[in-house]
Unconditional design. Structure first.
Length: 197
C-alpha cells in the first residue's frame, strides 16, 4: 500500500485490519481483548424529512435547527416537530424531526403509535419504504400527505468497522444482544448496520 493510500485510512480502519491480522495468527488474543461497549437504546417516534417536505411544513428556505446531538455522528434531534395524522382521524402531536435531511420523508413509529393512528406499519430498516403505508403530516406552515414511508424500525445495532471486526460480523448479518442488568434480557435477530459514523 502506498503512503498516500495509508493516509486515507482512518484510525478505526487501521485498528480493524491490525485486529483481524492478530486474530488470524493468534486466536487466543480474541479472548484477551476487551469487548467494545455497545449502547442499548430505544428510539422514540420520529420523522425524517427531505428539503421539499421541510419547506412545505415549515416554510420556504427552512433549515433544521439542532436541539441535541444523537449517538451517531452527524445525527441530531431537531427543534422542529410535526403532528402525525392517521386514517382513524387520530393524531400524535410534537413528533420530533431528526436530522440531517434525507432523500425522502419517513415516519418511524412504535407498534402502539401505529395502532393508535390506524396504520399497519411494517417492520423495516430505516430507508426501506417498499409497500409501506403513508400518513399526513402537519407543521406550522402547511400539511403534507405521505403516500408511503411509515415504518416500525427493525431491531438493529450500529457498529463501527472495528466493532464489526471484533464481533466477526458484516453489514446485514444478524446478532443476539444479551442485556445484563437487574432486568436484563435477550434480543434476537438484530440486524448489523456498519458505518464509520
Amino acid at each position: 500500500m502506498s503512503a498516500a493510500g495509508a493516509q486515507a485510512m482512518t484510525r478505526q480502519q487501521v485498528e480493524a485490519l491490525v485486529r483481524q491480522a492478530l486474530y488470524a495468527y493468534l486466536p487466543e488474543a480474541r479472548q484477551a481483548a476487551p469487548a467494545p461497549r455497545l449502547v442499548a437504546n430505544i428510539s422514540a417516534r420520529h420523522v425524517h424529512l427531505d428539503q421539499q417536505a421541510l419547506e412545505t411544513l415549515f416554510g420556504k428556505g427552512a433549515r433544521l435547527t439542532v436541539l441535541k446531538p444523537l449517538y451517531q455522528e452527524g445525527a441530531f434531534a431537531a427543534e422542529q416537530a410535526v403532528t402525525v395524522f392517521g386514517p382513524r382521524q387520530q393524531m400524535i402531536a410534537q413528533v420530533r424531526v431528526l436530522g440531517p435531511l434525507r432523500d425522502r420523508p419517513q415516519v418511524e413509529l412504535a407498534f402502539t403509535d401505529a395502532r393508535f393512528l390506524g396504520i399497519e406499519a411494517p417492520i423495516r430498516l430505516s430507508g426501506d419504504h417498499r409497500d409501506t403505508p403513508g400518513c399526513y403530516l402537519v407543521g406550522p406552515a402547511g400539511g403534507l400527505e405521505l403516500r408511503c414511508g411509515v415504518i416500525r424500525a427493525a431491531r438493529h445495532v450500529h457498529m463501527s468497522p472495528a466493532e464489526a471486526a471484533y464481533y466477526g460480523v458484516k453489514a446485514g448479518d444478524r446478532m443476539k444482544l444479551v442485556v445484563e442488568s437487574d432486568q436484563g434480557g435477550v434480543l434476537e435477530g438484530l440486524i448489523c448496520r456498519v458505518s464509520e459514523k
